[in-house]
Design a protein around this ligand. Structure first.
Ligand code: HEM
Length: 461
């Protein structure tokens, strides 16, 4: 297949929306015909912004009291939409995690046990509860309210009313789009993969030392080769019509995670010492300093010089200059989740697109994590099950602790080793659960042409 056509791709997947607010609806289809009409109206009304001149599309929508949306379907949702068995079977054989859904896999593939176990998940995430995952994006909460009402009216009786009544609202903390932090206080939204044929890595950044590799589209979009040259969606035995249905779609994992900021701060301060100030402990757990710069082997105290001003500048590294983890420990969140050119890890890098946004309610703070990839089992689940919840890479490495941010610390065990040349390695102990899973939902985000096919009732031939 040639390079992806941006006009066929959902903008949420490949570029995202840079808005202050998002609202997610998890909807249960009550009438499949009405649900199809709803998808048709979304398309005809230009609500589903594609990746070509997306900014202009979003502006036009806002001028018409609308906001950009993204739309995905769970496996149960595709069944409810009447997708023929032949297509469903292809999902079942090639995208097992998506077809099964997150709940039955949570304990062994997502490390969701104890307080994070499925039995504790919110009702909207229970198996078969959600069919359609609708995302709304705006800079003003009033616009979200207005669009939610318009969409609900447009849907008529298509969905069970509870879904509309219980939105998942995300809001960035602070209004500076260039320095967004999550609830633990870390600068977030720095890194996202760049896709070959859709993004340019060098434009405007001629001064960078380590140019980020462009990822093959097949890491995120169905129908292309991934970094191993493997294309699971070639499906040579099927007709072009069937192949087109899957092409340019992407899988998403929506994961609501509550953050215990009090426990996290208490842990950081309990581990701090005169040799290892609290700010350094925090930075070692993530792998980046407060201002977003990666920790380099030469830095034992926070950097005092100017901070790179762009996201690209903050990503101008690949760990090849830190083979012993003397700057960024092997166990740190960013080194586990994206080992880049780390010499000790396997070639397969398993990139993930991230579109997370914090949420805040009177009783709870956390992150509405939204991840996109071409294979939930090979990317999203592998990161959590293997890289996040087992021993980190790196030799020699006495660390036994899980990912300090997202690991399941229910057992409290584990040692987080901080490699050092000046004396014995500091070792952090006594982790407690900082992050609790409130639910995870797997969806398929179809291309725009495929949304059209779903809207018009797919032929069973
Ligand atoms: C409450 C939960 C989480 C918090 C607070 C959190 C926080 C962060 C922060 C502050 C960064 C660095 C900023 C950046 O590079 O943009 C980051 C990076 C990242 N996180 Fe998380 N994260 C969470 C959950 C997860 C989960 C569940 C996954 C994967 C399944 C994940 C995967 C990643 C990846 C891939 C990166 C980029 C690393 C890089 O490219 O350098 N995170 N996270």
């Amino acid at each position: 297949m040639t390079a992806p056509n941006p006009a066929h791709l959902q903008n949420l997947v490949v570029n995202g929306f840079d808005t202050h607010y998002t609202r997610y609806f998890l909807l249960h289809i009550a009438q499949d015909g009405a649900a199809r009409q709803f998808v048709r109206k979304l398309l005809d009304g230009g609500w589903v912004v594609n990746a070509e001149n997306s900014r202009n599309q979003a502006l036009t929508l806002l001028q018409h009291q609308r906001c950009p949306v993204g739309i995905g379907f769970t496996f149960a949702g595709l069944q409810a939409m009447g997708l023929p068995t032949r297509y469903l079977r292809l999902f079942q054989s090639r995208a097992i995690a998506f077809a099964e859904g997150a709940a039955p896999r949570a304990s062994h593939r997502l490390a969701d046990t104890g307080p994070s176990a499925v039995a504790q998940w919110e009702p909207a995430f229970q198996p078969s509860a959600a069919h359609l995952f609708l995302t709304l994006h705006a800079d003003e909460p009033a616009v979200l309210d207005q669009c939610s009402a318009a969409l609900q009216a447009m849907a008529g009786q298509a969905f069970a009313p509870e879904g509309w009544a219980q939105p998942f609202d995300g809001a960035h903390l602070g209004h500076n789009k260039k320095s967004r932090r999550e609830h633990f206080g870390f600068l977030d939204g720095i890194t996202n993969p760049l896709i070959d044929g859709l993004h340019h890595h060098t434009r405007g950044h001629a001064d960078l030392k380590v140019t980020q590799k462009l990822q093959p589209p097949g890491e995120f979009l169905l129908g292309y080769g991934n970094s191993d040259g493997y294309n699971r969606w070639l499906i040579a035995s099927e007709s072009a019509e069937v192949r087109q249905f899957f092409a340019n779609g992407s899988f998403s994992a929506f994961r609501k995670m509550a953050q215990d900021t009090v426990a996290f701060d208490a842990f950081v301060h309990s581990q701090a010492s005169s040799a290892l100030p609290a700010e350094t402990v925090r930075a070692k757990l993530l792998g980046r300093w407060h201002d977003g710069q990666v920790i380099t082997p030469e830095q034992s105290t926070p950097p005092t010089g100017p901070t790179p001003r762009t996201r690209a500048g903050l990503n101008d590294f690949d760990f090849s200059a830190d083979p012993q983890g003397l700057g960024c420990p092997f166990g740190a969140h960013i080194r586990r989740m994206n080992p880049r050119a780390d010499p000790v890890v396997p070639v397969r890098k398993r990139p993930l697109i991230r579109r997370g946004i914090p949420y805040t309610t009177p009783n709870e703070r956390g992150l509405l994590g939204l991840f996109f990839c071409a294979s939930l089992e090979d990317q999203f689940e592998h990161l959590l099950a293997e890289w996040g919840n087992k021993n980190p890479f790196g030799v020699p490495n006495p660390s036994t602790a899980k990912d300090p941010i997202v690991g399941n610390h229910e057992d409290g065990g584990g040692v987080f080793d901080i490699p050092s040349v000046t004396g014995p390695n500091p070792q952090l102990r006594g982790f407690t659960p900082f992050v609790t899973t409130k639910g995870t939902l797997y969806s398929f985000f179809p291309s725009l042409p495929t949304l059209g096919i779903l809207a018009d009732e797919i032929s069973t031939k």
